[in-house]
Design a protein around this ligand. Sequence first.
Ligand SMILES: C[S@@+](CC[C@H](N)C(=O)[O-])C[C@H]1O[C@@H](n2cnc3c(N)ncnc32)[C@H](O)[C@@H]1O
Length: 266
Amino acid sequence: MDILAAFCAEVQEKEELRGIDTTVIQKIVTQYCTRKRIDLEKLTKRDLKIVRKEIRAELRLMTGRFRKQTEYSVGKDYAQIVREHRSTRERLAHASAIKEAIYASHPHSIADIGCGIARFLFAEPGVTYYAADINRDDLTLVEQYFAEKNIKGTVFVHNLRDSPETLPAADVVLPFKVLDVVGPQSYTHTKKLLNGLNTKHILVSFSTTTLSGKPMKYPRRRWFERVLNELQFPYTIKHYGSEVVYPILTHYTTGPSKTLTPVATK
Ligand SMILES: C[S@@+](CC[C@H](N)C(=O)[O-])C[C@H]1O[C@@H](n2cnc3c(N)ncnc32)[C@H](O)[C@@H]1O
């Protein structure tokens, strides 16, 4: 095993990080080393420990914070997982109102990026559902759910830090509660992502509570509104309990899917 693979395997020894796709971890470690201009092979044991800690912190920020391994134990039904998972439990009371907003444009296809397990609330038979995440545990559950509920869909690993051009065209794209955690430089990633999505409608959501469950002092994301203004994407703001949702129109002129035509931004 080369040093990068061995180092990534060590990073992943923590239970809450095991589900993350290995290629995603390798890329994050490589980017970290480039950013900090370090060579793993030349680090002392002590320095390797520091790097491991920082990489784990970055990964936890992206994916591990809401996770308890017990949520995924075999034998639990989907409704139970939804009730026990903090992120989905928070939105249970408002799920049908959010679903109405998602389906307002009568989409034939939805791409849910950074999907987690929210699809248990939003996917519908008859609508093609693309579900992407960096966490294989979540994707496996989503895959099982689609098969059992007869939902036409594709489930795949995609890191939102990578180019959005490889994502499928869809009538609606949902980056829900993910843009805050996409990593350092959320602003840059988000602008590139939104501009590169092959869709007419995007619904972005953010949580309005802190990790400890308290209401945020500044729940609106001004940095995000700045991105939208710079892209000249019209948007509205809706509040659903502890979630703020931005329904956004892009510069694509027509739908559905394959006939979408991008309109150049200034
Ligand atoms: C707070 S959860 C939200 C899940 C779901 N969208 C929802 O609204 O319930 C954040 C999700 O984003 C995923 N995630 C974090 N960083 C990501 C990235 N760079 N690319 C793709 N998915 C990412 C995590 O694995 C996790 O499933």
